[in-house]
Design a protein around this ligand. Structure first.
Ligand SMILES: *[C@@H]1O[C@H](CO)[C@@H](O)[C@H](O)[C@H]1NC(C)=O
Length: 454
């Protein structure tokens, strides 16, 4: 054994040197030191009390966190959460209910209206829900901040119901506050369906004579994969990117629309009303015979100053996408109402106008036929062409008030939470869970509430 290695001081130095050894200069020394150490440890496998300091680690004092008290009133958001601001506040899905009300005060009209309707009629009962189940695509229970799928009926509406379940779950997960217990049904076919007696259920859209229905954000606010439109965030991002690279003056000063006729009179009336005008790029499209210029991505729509919105079988899901562009949406008097439609301002004398609504023509005395909702389109377009400042202001209002505010993912989860919160206020029963209810986590993997164990 080399002299001096067994003294206290030298062993400490040895440990330090071993850390610093470099293969080039000190490799041999390292090997030597290591073999000395190895030999030493082989001779004294149980280190005597005088030497183990080279292997001792600093032991911090352990906090008492296993038996310490849990404060049930602790705030789930601390002030630190807001130090890093959202690059895009429209993506902040974690607003509290009071922050939602503050940020989006005009958003909740439809939910409040439905609550008032049901409160006046004694509230919603389990009997109502059982009746609503007959036509529903989903029945959901949220209990103790957990979501259960009680019923799921796929029918033939693609991924709409799955998107709806997912959107509800997102609203629950992103909530920073405890969720009320709720049980409800929803329908996802094009038009909300009523019964002879009023039955409460969540639907995509309603007409003025269906006040009993509760409007939810449509599945496209989550994602609409079948036509490859994609998730709402994707459409929003792409349109935003397009707009950031182009100016208003680069947009074609024309009115654009392509769509299928769906054998709807209102779509034929649109084509006829726009036909032959210099401002018009409005054409019917045949999915079996696609022409150049027919298939525009959603963001390519932003290249036009004016975009047509027209209903189809019921409401058309396109409007929320068109409104992602810094352009002017031009529509007829809509018959089918979605949860955000009351925020559309077509008042042509208002400084807040954010869309253009073609007014209905006056009904001719004695006429039995319905007025053509597109008849006055040419007149409206000529007016707009004469007022470019007004056109730009409508586009700005649409961009700022709708795209950047009321139609953001942030606003949408706020709406979902408030909708379910107000629904819970209309409930005249206590929400209970049963062992047979499928937790959403299992449902989203199996896509059914009934499967064979294996
Ligand atoms: C349209 O806007 C003007 C100006 O703000 C207002 O005076 C008028 O009442 C509005 N009309 C309707 C139908 O809301």
């Amino acid at each position: 054994m080399l002299p001096g290695y067994n003294t206290h001081k030298n062993r400490r130095r040895l440990a330090i040197y071993t850390d610093k050894l470099r293969p080039s200069a000190s490799f041999i020394t390292g090997i030597t030191v290591a073999s000395v150490l190895f030999t030493f440890l082989s001779i004294f496998p149980r280190a005597p009390p005088s030497i183990p300091y080279a292997f001792e680690e600093f032991q911090p004092e352990k906090p008492d966190c296993l038996s310490c008290g849990l404060d049930p009133t602790v705030a789930l958001i601390d002030s630190q959460s807001y130090i890093q601001p959202y690059e895009d506040p429209g993506m902040n899905k974690h607003l509290t209910e009071s922050q939602c009300l503050n940020q989006y005060p005009g958003l909740f009209y439809e939910a409040e209206r439905a609550l008032a309707y049901w409160s006046e009629r004694g509230g919603i009962t389990l009997k109502h829900l059982d009746k609503a189940s007959e036509k529903a695509h989903g029945r959901v229970v949220i209990h103790n901040n957990r979501m259960f799928v009680k019923e799921f009926s796929h029918n033939d509406v693609n991924t709409r119901a799955l998107a709806t379940f997912a959107a509800i779950h997102e609203a629950l997960l992103t909530s920073t506050e405890a969720f009320p217990n709720v049980e409800f049904t929803f329908q996802v076919q094009d038009a909300g369906d009523s019964e002879d007696e009023p039955i409460p259920t969540l639907v995509l859209d309603r007409t003025a004579d269906q006040p009993e229905l509760w409007l939810m954000p449509d599945f496209g606010f989550w994602s609409w994969p079948e036509p490859k439109v994609g998730s709402f965030g994707e459409v929003r991002d792409k349109a935003g990117k397009w707009e950031s690279k182009h100016s208003w003056s680069e947009k074609l000063p024309k009115l654009f629309w392509r769509g299928a006729s769906l054998d709807r009179e209102i779509r034929k009336q649109l084509i006829n009303a726009a036909n032959g005008y210099a401002w018009s790029d409005v054409k019917m499209m045949d999915w079996g015979n696609i022409q150049p210029g027919d298939l525009l991505t959603m963001e390519e729509h932003c290249g036009y100053q004016f975009l047509v919105h027209v209903e189809g079988v019921a409401y058309s899901g396109r409007l929320k996408y068109l409104l992602q562009c810094h352009s002017v949406s031009v529509m007829h008097e809509l018959k089918f109402i979605q949860h955000f439609h009351h925020l559309l301002d077509g008042n042509s004398t208002s400084a807040d106008q954010n869309v253009v609504v073609v007014p209905l023509p006056e009904r001719r005395p004695g006429s039995e036929t319905d007025p053509n909702p597109w008849e006055r389109l040419p007149e409206v377009m000529e007016q707009l062409k004469k007022n470019p400042d007004r056109v730009k202001r409508i586009a700005d209002n649409s961009w700022e008030g709708l795209r950047s505010r009321y139609l953001t993912p942030s606003a949408t989860v706020c709406y979902w939470r408030r909708l379910l919160s107000l629904w819970s206020q209309a409930q005249a029963f206590t929400v209970k869970v049963d062992d047979s209810y499928i937790p959403y986590e299992s449902f989203m993997l199996m896509r059914t509430v009934d499967w064979q164990a294996h």
